[in-house]
Design a binder for this molecule. Sequence first.
Ligand SMILES: Nc1nc2c(ncn2[C@@H]2O[C@H](COP(=O)(O)OP(=O)(O)O)[C@@H](O)[C@H]2O)c(=O)[nH]1
Ligand SMILES: [Mg+2]
Length: 295
Amino acid sequence: MAEQKTIIQWYPGHMTKAKRNMLEDFALVDIVVEVLDARIPFSSRNPDIAAMNHKKAQLIVLNKKDLAEQQETDKWLQYYRNQGFAVAAINGAEKQGIKALLNEIKKATEPVMLELERKGRLRRPVRAMMVGVPNTGKSTVINALSPQKAAITGNKPGVTRGRQWIKTAAGIEMLDTPGVLWPKFASQETALRLAVCGSISDLVSPMNEITIFLAEYLLKNGKAGLKERFKLEVLPKTADELFEAIGRKRGLIAAGGIVKTEQAQLLLLNEFRSGKLGRYTMDNYARIVKQNVGE
Ligand SMILES: Nc1nc2c(ncn2[C@@H]2O[C@H](COP(=O)(O)OP(=O)(O)O)[C@@H](O)[C@H]2O)c(=O)[nH]1
Ligand SMILES: [Mg+2]
C-alpha cells in the first residue's frame, strides 16, 4: 500500500488579515520589495502578490545568499530581471549587498519622483514595503537599513504581526509586514521546501516527512557536505540509514543502544538551516524552468 502523505497547508487567520492589509498598503508605497529565500527563489514567491500588485514597481530580493549556490542565484536573478523586475541578491544578516539594494530601490522609483517634480511638487522620501513569506529575512533587511534597531526579527515564522514604518538612513521609508503564505501550494514539493527553509511553522509541519524529504534531497545533492559534516566514510543509501548514522556519530543514543531518530532528524534539519552542511539552492533553475515549459 502506498504511504499516505500528509498534505501540508498553513494559512492561519492572521495571514488572511495580513493579506488584506497588504493590499491596502500597496496604495501607500512607491515600490513593493518581495524578499525571497535564495535557497528557494521559486517556491518562496507568493503568487497572490504577483496577482495583487499591478501598479507599483516591484523589486525581487534574494536574501540569505550566503546559504545558496552562487551560480543558481545568478541564474534566478537573470530570470526575474528578464521578467522586468528590479533584482538584488543580499545577505541581510551580514549586511552584504545592501548598497546595491538601495540603489535598485532608488532607480526603480525615480520615475515617481520625476513625475512629482514635473507636477511642480517637491521630492519626498521613497516609500517601500517589504513583503514575502515568513522567515525570509524581511525584518533583518530593514534592520540592516535602519540606523536604529527597530524591526523585530526571529527564527520562527510569524514573529512580525503588526504594521510598522521605519525611517532608514538612505532617505527611504520602509514598511515591514508579516509573512504571508497562500491558501494552496502548487505542489507538496513546494510546501516541503518552504517547511525545510523555515517558512512554514514547525509546529504545524509533519516533521518526520519534512526531514525525510531533506535527507533524500541531501543524499542526492549534498553527498560531500554530508560526508564531511558527519565524518561518514560511506554515504548511507536511505533517509533512515542517514538518521541512524547521524545519531551514532553525534551520540544521540537511548538506553539499549538505540538511536534517538527524532533528535537525529531535527539535528540534520537545524544544521541544514544554518548552512553547516554547505550551500544549497533547492529550486534548481534548469529543472524548474524546463518543467514550466512542459519539456
Ligand atoms: N544566513 C542568513 N540568515 C539570515 C539572513 N537574513 C536573515 N536571516 C535569519 O533568518 C531568520 C528570520 O529573519 P527575520 O528577519 O525575522 O525574517 P522575517 O520573518 O522575514 O521578518 C533570522 O534568524 C535571521 O537571523 C541572511 O542573509 N543569511
Ligand atoms: Mg519579520
